[in-house]
Design a protein around this ligand. Structure first.
Ligand code: BEZ
Ligand code: FE
Length: 289
């Protein structure tokens, strides 16, 4: 095993080099790079704030509780990443796209696989709702050419601000979810309800942390979309309801200006709202960033 030159004893001044020098020269190169940077920034942070022993204990306790509340339905570490802006930063770095292409945003914890596949025009709401809404638009490439066979996976909260998976036994399974596939004109349209703003799960350590920081837990109203097509980069995104009071203070920093969509009142017909939004895909067939 190849070893870096050792610094035998730990000192405050040489803390970073002491730790990083222990890593074997045989270790994976990317892992070595990532861990060296992590140690450098972590030590710089601790030195910057001169972390006290008590604060260190609070941090360990916080991370312990964050882990302990996780189960197959609850991922408090991702929530922590979300509220610290880390999820959006990783997403931004990994999804740089040319101007005009639809932007990504956070996936969130409420996506589920295996939802019903509907014919275009179907209603995804199994509970009905007061603020009924028609969603429509086109899926195109950067040149405006329609993309046939694009899969559109959609989900949103109920009018009470909860996803179906948060209320088993109260909401029907797959309420406000569905999968659609575009035809040759690239168009999509379906019926649902106008989403409402809601708090992220705030009954755990992350919610308590937000409270201590004077931060609210709300997300502005949005409809989730995953739009995918063979040969194109998949877009994981939302459309946000224009005018929502939380657009500029989303608890997870997911809002991008290009994703804010108008929801117009409809006066002729049973549906009360209409929202039109076009998705523009890039990738092997649609131009690379
Ligand atoms: C969501 O939009 O479903 C969501 C995103 C991040 C954290 C919590 C919820
Ligand atoms: Fe959501």
């Amino acid at each position: 095993m190849t070893q870096q030159p050792q610094i035998a004893y730990f000192t405050e001044e040489a803390s970073v080099d002491t730790v990083n020098a222990r890593v074997s020269g045989d270790a994976d190169a990317r892992l070595t790079q990532v861990m060296a940077s992590l140690v450098r920034h972590l030590h710089a942070f601790i030195k910057d704030v001169e972390l006290t022993q008590q604060e260190w204990g609070i941090a360990i306790d916080f991370l312990t509780r964050t882990g302990q509340i996780c189960d197959e339905n609850r991922q408090e570490f991702i929530l922590l990443s979300d509220v610290l802006g880390v999820s959006m930063l990783v997403d931004a770095i990994n999804n740089r796209r040319p101007t005009g292409a639809t932007e990504n945003t956070v996936l969130g914890p409420f996506h589920v696989d295996g939802v019903p596949e509907y014919e275009m025009g179907a209603n995804i709401t199994q509970q009905g709702g007061r603020e009924t809404c028609r969603f429509e638009g086109r899926v195109t490439d950067l040149d405006g050419n329609p993309i046939a066979g694009a899969r559109i996976d959609v989900w949103c909260d109920s009018e009470d601000g909860f996803y179906d998976v948060q209320q088993p036994g109260i909401q029907p399974q797959h309420n406000n979810r569905g999968l659609f596939t575009t035809g040759s004109d690239g168009r999509y349209w379906f019926e649902g309800i106008k989403p409402v703003s809601y708090p992220i799960p705030d009954d755990g350590p992350v919610g308590r942390m937000l409270g201590q920081l004077g931060r609210h837990p709300y997300r502005p109203a949005h409809m989730h979309f995953i739009v995918s097509a063979d040969g194109y980069d998949t877009v994981t995104t939302h459309t946000f309801v224009a005018g929502d009071p939380y657009l500029t203070s989303d608890a997870v920093f997911g809002v991008k200006k290009s994703l804010i969509a108008d929801f117009e009142p409809v006066t002729d017909g049973p549906t009360r709202w209409r929202s039109e939004y076009d998705f523009v895909l890039t990738g092997a067939k649609g131009g690379t960033p």
